[in-house]
Design a protein around this ligand. Structure first.
Ligand code: SF4
Length: 340
């Protein structure tokens, strides 16, 4: 069944920092504080348009800002509003996102009391140097501790990481993913850095001190990260910022694409196809992939098939049940070109 979230944004709420990349107002597309009345309105609107069983499997999610660093009375008011829909079974649970240093035993107890089921932490990097350069105000060890506490308190956990941060390399991002895999969160989100107007990163970029990672490099890196998390059996629930006109209008550099995950998965399938074809003579081949991976194997505007054709492999793609989303198999009875 489709998983439905009612996403509520608390822009910059409770946040004691200004991270180098962050402009929560732009990301959430709003500037006013979130209120219990707004929670009720959003949830009721969702309930009116969703089948009852879809909502009962869904979550009410508080994103943006650092929820657990809001004044406690505000947290409780928002959670009480959301919890009223959990208590009677209309939604399955509540999801929040916060900073690693916004988690302690008292916070965990409060979240459990008000029906929170999943907590996502903005880890961003597991390298203290990168964290400091990007003004995160916490260390990697703090993320490890907070994650352990959330686990011990019975929450579903999520970790968010960024790529292409100021002072970061691909090797740093791969090491961050390894460290996250070792923690075994339930979910991960991967956010390539987008440089937004008015942020410290934009100032660094304008001063010539920061060259953001472009889309092609970010796609190649995300392809590697997705495979690492897949091998570690960790669900990646997001790659890249949600498509937003506000972000597009204020973006000054970095890696943004409304279908960034699809691009990265398409890259994975191209590489897997090349592995299957390596050493074979030029000719026509059929590649079998999972039904859900058909269009990704083909690539946007058939770019994967064109790339393979340029290497001498004229491929068609067929769907085969039972394959994993990144599996590519060479179908039998291939026709080889006979060249004199
Ligand atoms: S902690 Fe989160 S909300 Fe606060 S400035 Fe950093 S990224 Fe933005």
């Amino acid at each position: 069944m489709k998983h439905i979230n009612v996403a509520l944004f608390a822009p910059h709420a409770g946040c004691p920092h200004q991270c180098s990349f962050c402009d929560q107002r732009t990301i959430s597309g709003q500037a006013t504080p979130l209120t219990p009345a707004a929670v009720h309105e959003a949830v009721r609107t969702a309930l009116a348009s969703l089948p009852a069983d879809a909502a009962a499997n869904g979550e009410i999610a508080f994103f943006g800002g650092s929820f657990t660093l809001l004044p406690q009375a505000e947290q409780i008011a928002l959670l009480e509003a959301a919890h009223s829909y959990i208590k009677d079974g209309r939604f399955r649970g509540i999801r929040i996102s916060t900073r690693p240093d916004g988690i302690d035993p008292a916070v965990c107890a409060l979240l459990r009391r008000y029906g929170v089921t999943a907590v996502e932490l903005g880890a961003q990097s597991m390298d203290d140097r990168v964290l400091a350069l990007n003004r995160r105000g916490h260390t990697a060890d703090r993320t490890v501790q907070a994650h352990a506490l959330l686990r011990a308190s019975g929450f579903e956990t999520g970790l968010q990481m960024m790529t292409g941060l100021y002072g970061s390399t691909d090797a740093d991002s791969l090491a961050t993913a390894e460290a996250i895999c070792a923690l075994q969160p339930d979910t991960v989100r991967i956010y390539p850095t987008v440089v937004l107007a008015g942020t410290p990163l934009a100032a660094l970029m304008e001063a010539g001190q920061f060259q953001p990672q472009g889309l092609a490099d970010a796609v190649a890196l995300c392809a590697k990260l997705l495979q690492m998390f897949d091998a570690a059996d960790i669900r990646v629930i997001r790659v890249g910022l949600h498509a937003s006109r506000d972000v597009e209008a204020r973006m000054r550099g970095g890696a943004y694409h409304p279908a960034l995950r699809e691009l990265a998965e398409s890259r994975i399938l191209l590489e897997r196809a090349r592995e299957q074809l390596a050493g074979l003579p030029a000719g026509r081949y059929t590649l079998a992939v999972a039904p859900a991976s058909l269009s990704k194997m083909t690539g946007q505007r058939r770019c994967n098939l064109q790339a393979l054709a340029a290497e001498g492999y004229r491929c068609t793609v067929e769907a085969r049940d039972g394959l994993g989303s990144y599996d590519v198999l060479l179908a039998q009875n291939q026709i080889l070109d006979i060249r004199c």
